[in-house]
Structures are given as structure tokens and as C-alpha cells.
Design a protein around this ligand. Structure first.
Ligand SMILES: *[C@@H]1O[C@H](CO)[C@@H](O)[C@H](O)[C@H]1NC(C)=O
Ligand SMILES: *[C@@H]1O[C@H](CO)[C@@H](O)[C@H](O)[C@H]1NC(C)=O
Ligand SMILES: *[C@@H]1O[C@H](CO)[C@@H](O)[C@H](O)[C@H]1NC(C)=O
Ligand SMILES: *[C@@H]1O[C@H](CO)[C@@H](O)[C@H](O)[C@H]1NC(C)=O
Ligand SMILES: *[C@@H]1O[C@H](CO)[C@@H](O)[C@H](O)[C@H]1NC(C)=O
Ligand SMILES: *[C@@H]1O[C@H](CO)[C@@H](O)[C@H](O)[C@H]1NC(C)=O
Ligand SMILES: *[C@@H]1O[C@H](CO)[C@@H](O)[C@H](O)[C@H]1NC(C)=O
Ligand SMILES: *[C@@H]1O[C@H](CO)[C@@H](O)[C@H](O)[C@H]1NC(C)=O
Length: 403
């Protein structure tokens, strides 16, 4: 008898144990913003409702959280989603988040900012509408030192193991997406759109971040489709369409002493369509820092009517005159460009202008096939090289200037 009772008790305890141990992942709670007071009339500011939702979702300890923005237009002022959170957060956006049209109504440098968060996944069929049109005329900071601050659309800082998928970002006031101190982050199936003449509307800006992937994404803006800034390592870009815009740019680099190296960039299976540049690396004419830019691979890239498809510029000076304290000291090395084809709209389809003091090293051009297709019959296309060491193999159109 005692034996059976003992056995029964033992069985009982083990059931209890299973129940307790599995509780943390037992169920995912859905936080529909409309049930927390959010209104989809496109006018009421939903900041308080979103803050309440975030607080509950982020602090939930016995299961993961899913924040849900249903279809409809939700006006939202500047907001920060701050971690660390106690669980994994899904942030599903199927509706439209509408930014204040007046830049003064945002009051922070990023409209929607995520900080100190791990395991965040943002996805959905929705749109972030930055309503940038009204503020673009005020984007004149190189001429006007008292220019108003304009907000980026969505920012991530100190965020790890996270992703953005599916959503559209429309008409940002400044950059659409900004990444700072972000590690292991995937961006996929995202659509980024602003007019080709909208100032500083970079698609994706990345700095001091590692192990990011950007794939299956369409970007058309008035500035860089992707801007790769100091301290970026192991960035993989594939199947991206860029245009209109200024291309996929590394830099500008070298301006500040504290900058960190940029290495491990791959850009593959990508189309540049009607952009001013395609593959671009730019470093300031006289640089304070002597960082290294290395281990880049660009492959299988189509250029359609691109101004300068391949452009390494170590004399970058957007608003001349620039300080002339000497050459750029940014070292560019180990860059492979393979199977780059299509058309340019300027005669110089390949421009490799490296630093006299720190020449580019180990630059490989393999199967380059670019033709001039401009309107003023300047062709055929040419390549220009200055202070570059490396080689060309396979197809060499325009005629190579390396060896
Ligand atoms: C993030 O996910 C990892 C791996 O699943 C897990 O170890 C970690 O505890 C998670 N962190 C949070 C805040 O959920
Ligand atoms: C500079 O920007 C401020 C703020 O938008 C504006 O009031 C001022 O008129 C601008 N000045 C010039 C010269 O454009
Ligand atoms: C995020 O990742 C970076 C690089 O791997 C690491 O140094 C940092 O501690 C991580 N942060 C968190 C909160 O886990
Ligand atoms: C990013 O995608 C890769 C597969 O391409 C996957 O292995 C990795 O876990 C993903 N990382 C995150 C943070 O979603
Ligand atoms: C991207 O978004 C714009 C603006 O909403 C839209 O016109 C375009 O069709 C979208 N492209 C894709 C591929 O979804
Ligand atoms: C490339 O991305 C587009 C979306 O921009 C997608 O429709 C297509 O399936 C992707 N191609 C591959 C090979 O993944
Ligand atoms: C290039 O852009 C033009 C003009 O926007 C568009 O009509 C064309 O379909 C695009 N080509 C590709 C291959 O995306
Ligand atoms: C050449 O340019 C014309 C006019 O700009 C354009 O219609 C055509 O598609 C371009 N051809 C190629 C192969 O890019």
C-alpha cells in the first residue's frame, strides 16, 4: 500500500514539475493597440496608448508578447520603445503609422526609436508614413546653421538578435531606417520609398553595427539607398533594388578621429536603376582618421542608366571648398568586384580615385561590362584610375586602367 501511495505521490510531483517548468513559454499574449485606447482616425495622437501597450508587453514575465497594429491609420507623435524587456517581442504592423507633418511636433531625432532590446521582430503589411514633404524645403543645414532638426523615421540603438520584415517606409523627413550599435539583425522584404529629389532621405543607415543582413528589399529615395558608416562589420546585402537614389555608399569616412574600421561587406544580386552612383566608397579629402576599409565583395550587379556605376572617391568634398590638410588617410584594400554589367549615363563608368599617400591595395575587377548609354554622345565609356594597385580579369569594358 505504502509503496503505491509513494508511487502516486512521486507521479503527482513530476506532473507539478512539468507544469511549472513549461509555464514561461506557455502562451503568447496579443496586445492589440486598439484595445488599449489607440484610435485609427488619422488625427488623434496615439503616443499614450502605444506607451501603455509597450510597458505591459515589455515587462510581461510569463510568456512572449505580440503587439498588434491592425489596419487603419494611426497618427503617432515621436515615441521611444525602451528595453530591456523580459521576453521576446513581436511588433506586427498591418496598419499605417502616420507621423506628424510638422517636424516640430516630433521633438526627438527619431520618430519611432527602439533602444536596448533583444529578440524584437517587427513585421507586417503596414506602412510607416513619415509625411516628409512639408519638411523637405527646410533641409538646408549646409547653408543655414539654424535649420530645424528633422527626424529619421525608425531607429534602432543597442538592439541585438532582431529583425524587420515586410513593412513599407514612405516619405521620411530624413533617413528612413537608422542603425547604431546593432548586432545580428535582418532586414527583409522591406519597401522604402521617397521621391528622387527629396533631400537626405537615405534608405538605411548603419554604423557601429555587425552581422546584419539586408535582402529582398526595394529602395528608392533622394539620397543613399544604403549608407554604410564607420564601425560597420559583416554586412550582407543581397537581392536589393536601388533607384532612384545615390547608390549603396560606404562613407563618407575619415572626418572624425574616433571612427572605427569598416570590413566584411558583401553586395550581391542587386540592381541599380537610374541612380547617380552604384557601388560607391567615399572618404573625405583631408581626413582626421586613418581607419581601414577592407574585405569587400560586390558580385552579380546590374546597372541601368547609372551616373557612375563604380566610384571610389578619396577626395570627397560635397560642399567645396574643403580643408586641404593633406590626403585621405583611410586605407582601402581587398575589394573584389565581379560580374558588374549594364549601362552608365556618364562617360566615366569606372572611377577609382584613391589617396596619394595611402593608395588602394588589392582591388580586383573581374568581368566588368559597362556601356555608355547617356544622351549627349560622350561615349564610349572609360575607366579612370589614380593610386590603385590590383588587377583586372575577364571582360574589361570599359578598357581597364589597372594593369
Ligand atoms: C533572446 O533569445 C535568446 C535565444 O532564444 C534567449 O536566450 C534570451 O533569453 C532571449 N532574451 C529575451 C530578452 O527574451
Ligand atoms: C533657417 O532656418 C530657420 C528655421 O527653419 C528659418 O526660420 C530661417 O528663415 C532659415 N534661414 C534662412 C536664411 O533660410
Ligand atoms: C549585443 O551584441 C554585442 C556584440 O555581439 C555585445 O557586445 C553586446 O553585449 C550585446 N548586448 C546585449 C544586451 O546582449
Ligand atoms: C537572420 O537570417 C539568417 C538566415 O539568413 C538566420 O540564420 C538568422 O537567425 C537570422 N537572424 C535574426 C536575428 O533573425
Ligand atoms: C512600395 O511602396 C510604394 C508606396 O506605398 C508603392 O507605390 C509600391 O508599389 C511598393 N512596392 C512594392 C514592391 O511593394
Ligand atoms: C528578390 O526580392 C524580391 C522582392 O524585392 C522578391 O520578390 C524576389 O522573390 C526575390 N528573389 C529571390 C531570388 O529571392
Ligand atoms: C527601372 O526604372 C524604370 C523607371 O522607374 C522602370 O520603368 C523599370 O521597370 C525599372 N527596371 C527594372 C529592371 O527594375
Ligand atoms: C538606355 O537609355 C534609354 C533612355 O534613357 C533607356 O530607355 C534604355 O532602357 C537604356 N538602355 C539600357 C540597356 O540601359
Amino acid at each position: 500500500m505504502a509503496c503505491i501511495v509513494f508511487g502516486f505521490k512521486a507521479l503527482c510531483f513530476s506532473f507539478l514539475f512539468v507544469a511549472v517548468a513549461s509555464r514561461p513559454t506557455a502562451w503568447k499574449k496579443v496586445f492589440n493597440v486598439q484595445r488599449y485606447g489607440a484610435t485609427s482616425d488619422g488625427k488623434t495622437d496615439n503616443v499614450n496608448a502605444f506607451k501603455t501597450v509597450w510597458k505591459s508587453a515589455c515587462s510581461r514575465i510569463n510568456g512572449n508578447s505580440k503587439i498588434y497594429v491592425p489596419k487603419g491609420t494611426f497618427y503617432l507623435g515621436g515615441i521611444e520603445f525602451l528595453g530591456p524587456c523580459k521576453n521576446k517581442i513581436e511588433f506586427v504592423i498591418d496598419g499605417t503609422l502616420l507621423a506628424p507633418a510638422n517636424p516640430k511636433d516630433i521633438k526627438q531625432d527619431t520618430w519611432i526609436n527602439f533602444r536596448y532590446i533583444d529578440n524584437l521582430s517587427i513585421y507586417g503589411k503596414g506602412t510607416l508614413d513619415g509625411q516628409g514633404k512639408q519638411s523637405w524645403p527646410f533641409n538646408d543645414c549646409h547653408k543655414n546653421t539654424s535649420c530645424p532638426q528633422l527626424a529619421k523615421t525608425m531607429g534602432f540603438a543597442f538592439v541585438n538578435d532582431s529583425s524587420v520584415k515586410g513593412i513599407t517606409s514612405l516619405n521620411s523627413k530624413m533617413a528612413h531606417f537608422n542603425f547604431f550599435q546593432v548586432h545580428h539583425f535582418n532586414i527583409t522584404e522591406v519597401n522604402i520609398t521617397a521621391p528622387g529629389d527629396s533631400p537626405n532621405t537615405d534608405g538605411i543607415k548603419i554604423g557601429y553595427s555587425s552581422n546584419m543582413q539586408i535582402s529582398n528589399t526595394q529602395i528608392g529615395t533622394g539620397d543613399d539607398c544604403i549608407a554604410i558608416l564607420p564601425g560597420t562589420t559583416n554586412l550582407d546585402i543581397s537581392n536589393v533594388t536601388c533607384g532612384p537614389g545615390h547608390g549603396i555608399s560606404v562613407g563618407s569616412l575619415g572626418k572624425n578621429k574616433a571612427e572605427k574600421d569598416v570590413n566584411g561587406l558583401t553586395v550581391s544580386d542587386t540592381i541599380f536603376n537610374g541612380t547617380s552612383n552604384g557601388i560607391r566608397i567615399k572618404t573625405w579629402e583631408s581626413s582626421a582618421s586613418n581607419i581601414l576599409v577592407s574585405k569587400f565583395v560586390y558580385e552579380n550587379i546590374q546597372m541601368i542608366n547609372v551616373g557612375i556605376p563604380i566610384n571610389i572617391d578619396q577626395k570627397y568634398c560635397p560642399y567645396p571648398p574643403c580643408e586641404k590638410k593633406g590626403d585621405s588617410h583611410v586605407q582601402i584594400q581587398d575589394v573584389e568586384l565581379q560580374n558588374i554589367y549594364g549601362t552608365s549615363t556618364t562617360k566615366t563608368a569606372v572611377s577609382l580615385q584613391c589617396s596619394k599617400s595611402v593608395p588602394c591595395k588589392n582591388i580586383h575587377l573581374i568581368d566588368i561590362d559597362l556601356k555608355y548609354n547617356g544622351t549627349n554622345e560622350q561615349g564610349p565609356a572609360i575607366a579612370m584610375c589614380q593610386n590603385v594597385d590590383g588587377y583586372a580579369r575577364g571582360k574589361k569594358f570599359p578598357p581597364n586602367c589597372l594593369d
